[in-house]
Design a protein around this ligand. Sequence first.
Ligand code: ZN
Length: 143
Amino acid sequence: MGKVSIVAGGIRLPGSVRVGRSRVHGRGVFARLAMPGRRKLGELAGRVVPRLGLRRAIRTEPVIYYVALNSRDALDCREGNAFSHLNHSCEANCYLRVSGFRVEVYSLRPIAVGEELTVDYGATPHAGGMQCRCGAVSCRRLL
Ligand SMILES: [Zn+2]
């Protein structure tokens, strides 16, 4: 059987968020609308690729470009949608949930207009070894 390649979500910018300059790192994802907590905001778009050989890239990327889906596969989000610009925060307001070959973005709490959306990479299937500059009081410094 050939390799399966799935494109999830498409590359359209979800209307509820915009990509802008982040205080945390480079570009980030910001709320255009007030969002309730515990709500699905969208999905990371990307291509399913083998995890083999991604280990170093996953460790060193400051932004989520690869999300582990299972022991063999990862979602490559380099040509994904706005959510590939989600930055890490130790006090994140969103989280990622892997469901098969999909990576869903959920809000953890209500989010105000203009607030940056962040996820805790340590709590998501994203490898560690990264310096953190999120500025949160509870910052763990090293992920
Ligand atoms: Zn931090």
